[in-house]
Design a protein around this ligand. Structure first.
Ligand SMILES: NC(=O)c1ccc[n+]([C@@H]2O[C@H](COP(=O)([O-])OP(=O)(O)OC[C@H]3O[C@@H](n4cnc5c(N)ncnc54)[C@H](OP(=O)(O)O)[C@@H]3O)[C@@H](O)[C@H]2O)c1
Length: 458
């Protein structure tokens, strides 16, 4: 009898999957509780020192969960945070969750399998799962919502027990297997390869809620939207959503190389942040926000309706100041620091709004994934590493040496596998689908950065 992994690689026939026993352990990239104090006061908390590859025990499946064979996954910035044990150790989240009962108690381990984006094949479903079956090809939406909380009927992201899967929970994406709640699943877009399908859900869903959904800025045709980090994970999807909504995307980037990539993505105005006095590492103290405001006015004749924020301390004041009277700053993160300061007069006297946003509800994730299948949005996967080099892949994101998304091949044995609808793929266009990868292939690698290797042929 083949192993479960062999059955998945052979095509994932449901009867065959069910006939294969589930292994007692599996290969996964994980953090260790014992490393919590490893870095001390060291300034460079190099994630390669804390992300370990090794065998971990297979967890028992709860009634509302599915076991997924992970064909590919992708790096998100939250793994940079957890692997730095900053701002707090994620073992704290696991311990708090573990106190909630029998099934949550499984999460309180001395290791954490991280990773919040995956594409794969369902191999087992819990007894209470109704809509998914072994053999289904899926992607995972990270929010781990408490669907028994009444507010979930209105918006799953408002549930008190909402957790980010693979960050605040265990059994995440960076393994040969992962465990997710059935409510997290979305059908894999059929025209995408495994690695292309795995890289979208977290960043695209988050950008969708921030810009398009009723709970976000609700941009409309003609809106000017300023997007920080526009060639990064979130930003590269934000640019596409603004374009498709009929708005004008103004992207800020850290290098001329990224500026060129954004122009090819369709970003109407690109600002290199060194030209406004905001250096590559965010140094430079107070940002001369007037320079940015003037550049936008000069080129477009008006101020932004919306600013797409996630950089935090280094840019937040600029965002509040440059957005137009009555405009909206929508934020989901603070990579450069959580404590922001700004002059509140610019907010209230000019009737501006700040919206906090986080992840995407199950419905928003479905809507956002549908845009991929319609070809309105394309994955922004730039580089792919094999799972055993996940630590180096995460290091490239930590150093901001990447563009768009960085993928990891899991059980897929080479890039390009998993495409079910080549006709749809042709219609959308190989050139558009490969824009970020083709660009990355021509880019010199920074000397301090682990070189991305194609995982093909391993
Ligand atoms: N709450 C949520 O649901 C959620 C979801 C996703 C992400 N996030 C958070 O959002 C942040 C960004 O995530 P991401 O996936 O887009 O990360 P990413 O791929 O690393 O992209 C971030 C971009 O920000 C830009 N940047 C970095 N430092 C900057 C600075 N000092 N000033 C201006 N721009 C700077 C960089 O672009 P340039 O160097 O080209 O300017 C980089 O490409 C992270 O903190 C992440 O944790 C939150």
């Amino acid at each position: 009898m083949p192993s479960l992994i062999e059955a998945v690689r052979a095509g994932g026939d449901p009867a065959e999957l069910l006939a294969c026993p589930v292994p007692e352990s599996y290969r996964a990239v994980h953090l260790r509780r014992a490393d919590e104090k490893l870095f001390g006061a060291e300034p460079d908390r190099d994630v390669r020192r804390t992300l370990h590859l090794g065998e971990v025990p297979m967890p028992e499946l709860a009634p509302d969960e599915v076991l997924i064979a992970v064909m590919a996954s992708a790096v998100n910035y939250n793994t940079v945070w957890s692997a730095m044990y900053r701002p707090v150790s994620t073992f704290r989240f696991l311990d708090r969750f573990a106190r909630q009962g029998r099934w949550p108690a499984r999460h309180g381990l001395d290791h954490q399998v991280v990773g919040s984006d995956a594409a794969g094949v369902v191999v087992r479903v819990g007894a209470a799962v109704r809509h998914w079956h072994p053999g289904d090809r899926v992607v995972v939406n990270p929010p781990y919502i408490d669907e028994q909380d009444p507010v979930a009927q209105q918006d799953g992201m408002l549930t008190g027990g909402m957790l980010a899967w693979g960050f605040e929970t265990n059994f995440g994406a960076f393994g040969d297997f992962c465990v997710a709640r059935a409510t997290q699943l979305v059908r894999k877009p059929p025209h995408l390869s495994w690695e292309e399908a795995a890289c979208n859900t977290l960043c695209l869903g988050t950008a969708y809620r921030m810009l398009i959904s009723d709970r976000g800025a609700r941009i409309k045709m003609g809106d000017v939207v300023l997007i920080w980090g526009a060639a990064g994970g979130l930003g590269s999807y934000a640019v596409q959503l603004v374009r498709q909504a009929g708005g004008t995307a103004v992207g800020v980037v850290g290098s001329p190389d990224k500026a060129e990539l954004l122009q090819r993505l369709g970003c109407q105005m690109v600002v290199d942040r060194s030209s406004i006095g905001l250096g590559p590492e965010g140094e430079g103290g107070q940002v001369p926000w007037r320079a940015l405001g003037s550049a936008i006015r000069k080129e477009l004749g008006e101020d932004p309706h919306v600013v797409f924020e996630h950089v935090g301390r280094a840019t937040f004041e600029t965002s509040v100041n440059v957005v137009r009277r009555g405009g909206t700053v929508v934020t989901c993160g603070s990579s450069s620091g959580y404590q922001h300061s700004y002059d509140n007069r610019y907010l209230w006297m000019k009737l501006k709004r700040v919206i906090g946003s986080h992840g995407a509800s199950a419905h928003e994730a479905w809507e956002a994934t549908r845009l991929l299948s319609l070809g309105l949005v394309v994955p922004t996967l730039s580089t792919v590493y094999p799972l055993d080099r996940a630590a180096e892949a995460t290091r490239s994101v930590q150093l901001n040496a990447h563009e768009g998304k960085v993928g990891l091949l899991g059980l897929a044995t080479e890039e390009g596998q998993g495409i079910e609808d080549p006709v749809l793929r042709d219609r959308i266009g190989e050139q558009r689908l490969r824009l970020f990868r083709d660009h990355a292939a021509t880019r010199p690698t920074r000397p301090d950065t682990p070189a991305p290797t194609s995982a093909a042929g391993r």
